[in-house]
Structures are given as C-alpha cells and as structure tokens.
Design a protein around this ligand. Structure first.
Ligand code: IVH
Length: 671
C-alpha cells in the first residue's frame, strides 16, 4: 500500500470506529455525546471516502446499514434450535402453579430456584447470527422452526451491531430478541400514513413486523426500529451457564438489553417485580404486555425441557388488557393547524388502565368506513401509554338498529368554508384561509417549545387574541402593545409585561426552530433540523425547486412539494416579511465545513463519467459545499460533460455556461 493509500485506509478505519462508538452511545446506552449534525458529518465523510475508494468498503461499515434495492421474495431460514413460544399466566394463581411445577420437575428446593425476569416486549421475534464476530444472517421467528431471511432489513436496525464488541468473540453466536417500534414513532408513522391514503398500522407491533418483513430494506431503514436482545440459540466458543450471565454477556458484546431485567431469589421478588413493571408500563417509550419469568440455571432448564414448543422453564405473566368497551355518543370533527378534519368519537367516559377516556380518534373518513363506526355503537377502545386512545372495533352483536352512520361535513364546522379531500390524500381539509381553528392551531404551534418557544403564551391567550381580533397571524405577535394585551380577560399589567418580554426574547430563534415554527406541512422538528443544516437560511430554503429539495437525504417528493408550495404562497411570504419587520432575526448559518471550495456553486451533470456514477458525483459536489441541479439555467456555474451528453450540453453552450470535461472536473475536485 502506498503512503497516501495507507493514510486513507487509516482515516476510514478511524471514522468507522468513531461512528460505531457514537452509534453505541446513542442507540444502546441512550447517552449521546455529540449532536446529530456532528454525527451526520462523520457519516458523510465516511460515505464520501468510501465512494471514492469502493475497494475499502467492508460489510461491517456503518454505511452498509442504509438498505438495498428491493428483493423479489425472502429466502427461508431453518433455525438450528427452534424458537419457542411461551405459556401464559394471567393471574398470580397461574404464576404460582407454574412455580409449583418447576419445583416438582426440577427436584430442587425452593432455595435453589432463581428466576431471571424481563419485560415482555410487544414486537416481532428475530434471530441474528454472528460468525467470527460478524453479522452473517438475520431471520424472523416464523413458525418457530422456519423463518424468513431478513438480513438486509435487520442491518438497518442500529441497536443490532454489525460486528460484536470486544477482542474475544465466539466463533458462533445466535442472538434472539424482539424488534420493536417506540409508541411515539408508531404514532408519527401512522400520522404520516393517515395523510396519504396508505392503510394505518393497528399497533406498534404490527408496524414493527411490517417494517421488518418489508421487501425494500430502504423503507425499513426509514423506520426507527430497536432490538432488545433476550436470549441465545446455538453458541460455540463461549460458555454460558445461566440466563442472567447470558444477558450480561449480550450487553457486553454490544446488544441492547433491557435495563429492567432482574435476578429474583424467590417468588416474593418476582411478584414485586411484576407490580413494579406494571406501574412503569405507561411511562415506557415502547409497549410491553407483561413480564417473562425464566428459570435462571441452564442445567435446570434442560432438566425441565419443553412441551409442545413451549418451555416448561419459562412463563409469560401477562398484564391486564388496556382495552375497554364503551358507547360512542357522537362523532365530531376537529380542525387542525393544516386544516385537516379529524373525526373524533365522543365516548361514554370509561377508565382504561387507570385513566379516564372520553374521546378517541378515528383518524380519517376511510378509517371510520373501514371500522364502520356509527353513533350509538358499542366499541372496543384502546389506550397505550401516550398514544391517543383509539377505537379498535365495533361490537356488532350489540347493535340495535338505531345507530347512525357518520357523514363527513362538506363545510368546515368552525368557519363554514368548503371542505375538500385532495387527490391521493386520506384527509379532508378546510379550504378557508382565515379559518379561526387553523389560525389558532397554527399560532399555538408557532409559539410552542421547539418552535419560537414563547414562554407563557398558551392556547387560552391565543384563542382570545384571535377571537377578539387582536392578531391574525403569527407575525402580529411582534407588533403587540401592552394596551392590546390588556383587552384580554384576566390580564394584568405584570402578566402583559411578562408576555411582551417572552415575545421579545423569541425574536432570536435558531434556524431549525424558526423553520419548524413556520408550520410547513409535513415538516416536523427533525426535518426542520435537516433543512437548517442543508440550506443554512430561510431565504436559501425559499429559493429551492422541488428537485433541489429532493436531492437532500430524507426529503421525499411529498415533503419537497409542501416546502415548495409554502414559499410560493403569497400569504406566507407576507407573513415572513412581516416577521422580519417585527424584528425577528432570520439567522444565516455558517457552513460547518472548514473546506467548502464549491460553496455557492451550482452544477449540472450530463453524460456518463468513467470514474464515478452520477450519484457519486452529486455526493462529492455536495460534500464540498456545491449543489447539483437537474437542468441548466442562467444560475448554473458549471456543466460537467461526460460521454454521450444530452441536451443539457446544448443548453450550456446556448447559455454560455462554463463546461468541464471529466479531467477538468476531477481537477476542480482536487483529485
Ligand atoms: S424468551 C423460551 N423473552 O414472546 C423463550 N420472549 O410467546 C421464548 N417475547 O416469541 C422467548 N419479550 O417474541 C422471551 N423477554 C422476552 C420476551 C419474549 C417478548 C416474545 C417473543 C416470543 C414470544 C413468546
């Protein structure tokens, strides 16, 4: 290896180590030490270098987690050891029965029985096999004997290592665990799907299973899945004698193991553990449906064996259901910030797992039709942690014939404007530009934490401000005088001053917060961050075409279109101008890169290049601060002309744009 090559290989190696380390801190320990932006920077540098040196790419490089072109079908995988299911206990009595059987069959005294206890994750069971420390195969449980080869999909799951940690890795280890999707991510995913006409997932488990059993691993890669490791299959080259040590070992070699696992010395401790986890259930970010109790000692496990594919040495002690029956008193429609009309079931109040529920979302018209929910129906409703309660299904046997079907109104219930259902969407929207419901929701979003963060400016005040016509849009906030505020109910001098101070403080937002605050449809706080990092100012963002926007990783055509539309709407532009006049600072961020030789330059590519694909060329240009556009215009700085160029070459000549051949292009890149 020549000296420069060695230097390159070393840098690539160092980047991988660094990225793996930060991945581990983020996904396994939940203790990130660097910002997303810094992480992306490391990742981009590595991708960039690997693109230029494909011969240095390895299967365990973090860049190999992004998914690959879709498969026709999955191959099947026979598990070397069957993946068992668990017998269930639903009462303490049933658990005690289990314990009695364990005592009997093991012929061990009570004092010799120890149980490892774990949460029962509600997800999809998978197995990942590591040979010589490297992830070699990932499969679903399937029927327990045979599953599907989902290796590409599981590689996108960041909590599954691609290479085991530690110097002494076993020759072979089969790790078993549960792939889950957090409740919050599930809600977000369904919200997105609710906007387009895609069918909704019934619960986080189905969403996780659907994501893992997805032929296009690039789609899996967009789903923030996690795997909790909870056991092993065949292991060779490492002696494991009990469940507790196995879990510790799995943790040490880089897997995510639940922090709530425990080793119980007696059944009193198991009962306490059950109560503790039951209380914790709603506060966990993911769904669990009980606890799993496993005889700790592997020798004893073997002595007990299994019966009809369930071990005699383990049991799932399930939690009570989080579903209840109640009656739908009415179905009303709520209007959101983007004018979306959401049908909401008004329920006969009922306590579900300790919380009173009187409303449940029905998502959209298609969902109401699919579930055939009618006013007067008895329904099953479900609550899961912080996910909004929802109607699971109708109990048809309880129908009397007096139930009334729901009809989506053709006029907005708030402002009376026409309601439309845009093509390809599942949502109905109010078309009223001045709909007070939309304005209020929009203002609440604008003022919220993570947006302009105007302390103390809650919905109650905003509602009054709109109703009393003190303000019409977010920018009006920055022109408020104390007298205006004093028009509100229960407002005093001091309170008014506090609000004015809070508004003033919000005049200096950071860029991502400002973009988020604008309330561009489909742009949540994460995408706002992505946009801020890529475009550095609102003004630059406003100038992008749909095509420019889709060049950014994570921005798809729908989001790109809504960003584009936002900045083409004269009403929005007026608000932006007014915000500036009102003294809101529009930050322009400096480039993160020290060396951005192509900053501000726009390129167009035509024809084939020998040394790289077009996509690679785009990444290289972007990596150096430039932008690639799909068509040549007066704004284009360079047209790169490869073999068999298309009409863009003619455009370039016609417009007098500087053209570069491949050699010249490489020189410009400094290669
Ligand atoms: S151990 C014999 N541990 O429950 C060992 N399973 O009904 C069987 N599950 O297919 C698996 N959390 O998908 C085990 N902490 C945990 C679990 C767990 C969830 C699932 C797993 C399994 C099913 C068995």
């Amino acid at each position: 290896m020549s000296a420069p090559d060695k230097k390159m290989a070393d840098r690539i190696h160092a980047l991988r180590e660094k990225i793996n380390h930060h991945n581990y801190l983020y996904y396994i320990l939940d203790q990130p030490e660097i910002s997303d932006a810094e992480f992306d920077r490391l990742f981009d540098e590595l991708s960039h270098l690997e693109k230029a040196h494909p011969e240095l790419i390895t299967a365990d490089s973090p860049t190999q987690r992004v998914g690959a072109p879709p498969l026709e079908e999955f191959n099947t995988v026979k598990h070397s050891l069957p993946m068992l299911s668990l017998n269930k206990a639903t009462t303490e009595e049933e658990f005690l029965d289990f314990h009695r059987r364990v005592l009997e069959l093991s012929a061990a005294g009570d004092e010799n029985i120890r149980y490892t206890v774990e949460p029962k994750f509600d997800g999809l069971a998978v197995e990942v096999i590591f040979r010589d420390g490297l992830l070699s195969l990932g499969s679903t449980r399937g029927d327990g004997m045979v599953g599907e080869d989902v290796t590409l999909n599981l590689k996108t799951v960041k909590s599954i290592p691609l290479r085991l940690m530690g110097n002494k890795t076993p020759d072979l280890i089969e790790v078993r665990g549960e792939v889950i999707l957090n409740k919050e991510d599930f809600a977000r995913l369904n919200k997105e799907r609710g906007k387009t006409a895609e069918p909704l997932f019934a619960n986080p488990r189905n969403a996780a299973a659907g994501s893992v059993r997805q032929l296009d691993s690039r789609i899996t890669n967009t789903r923030p899945l996690t795997m909790f490791a909870h056991g092993t299959g065949v292991v060779s080259g490492k002696d494991l004698t009990n469940q507790w040590d196995s879990l510790l070992y799995l943790k040490n070699i880089g897997f995510k193991v639940s922090e709530y696992t425990a080793l119980c010395e007696n059944i009193g401790q198991v009962k306490d553990y059950y109560q503790k986890i039951l209380k914790l259930r709603d506060d966990l970010p993911y769904e669990i449906d009980g606890i799993v109790i496993k005889l700790n000692d592997f020798a004893l496990q073997r002595r007990l064996g299994e019966i009809s594919r369930s071990p005699r040495w383990a049991i799932a002690w399930k939690f009570p259901a989080q579903q209840e029956h109640t009656i739908v008193r009415d179905i009303i429609v709520s209007v959101g910030r983007t004018g979306a009309l959401t049908p909401v079931a008004v329920l006969e109040p009922v306590r579900v797992a300790g919380v009173e529920v009187s409303r449940a979302t029905l998502h959209n018209e298609d969902e109401v039709k699919k579930k055939d929910v009618r006013i007067g129906d008895t329904v099953v409703i479900q609550r899961a942690g912080d996910v909004i309660p929802e109607v699971v299904k109708v109990i048809e046997a309880q129908r009397t014939g007096k139930e009334r079907p729901f009809v989506m109104p053709d006029k907005c219930p708030i402002c009376g404007s026409k309601v439309e259902r845009p093509e390809g969407e599942a949502v109905h929207r109010c078309t009223g530009m001045a709909c007070p419901a939309q304005i209020k929701e929009n203002l609440a979003h604008f003022a919220s934490k993570g947006a302009m963060d105007i302390d103390g400016l809650g919905y109650k005040y905003l509602e009054q401000m709109v109703d009393k016509r003190i303000i019409e849009d977010p920018a009006d906030l920055y022109f408020l005088k104390k007298d205006d505020l004093m028009k509100m109910d229960r407002m005093g001098d001091k309170l008014a001053q506090n609000l004015l101070d809070a508004i003033d403080k919000s005049r200096k937002p950071n860029l991502a917060n400002l973009i988020y605050a604008l309330g561009i449809r489909n742009v949540g706080s994460h995408l706002a961050d992505v946009l801020a990092r890529n475009f550095k100012s609102v003004d630059t963002l406003a100038k992008q075409t749909v095509e420019d926007l889709t060049q950014v990783h994570e921005i798809g055509p729908i989001v790109a279109q809504s960003i584009y539309n936002f900045f083409r709407n004269p009403k929005n532009l007026k608000v932006l101008e007014k915000l500036k006049k009102g003294g809101v600072r529009f930050p322009v961020e400096k480039s993160d890169f020290k060396e951005m030789p192509l900053q501000g330059k726009t390129f167009v590519l035509t024809g084939g290049l020998d040394s790289m694909t077009r996509d690679e060329a785009r990444k290289v240009i972007e990596g150096l601060g430039g932008r690639v556009s799909s068509s040549a215009s007066k704004k284009t700085d360079f047209v790169i002309v490869g073999k068999d160029p298309g009409s863009k070459y003619d455009d370039a000549r016609r417009l007098g744009i500087k053209t570069l051949n491949e050699e010249e292009f490489k020189n410009l890149l400094g290669r």
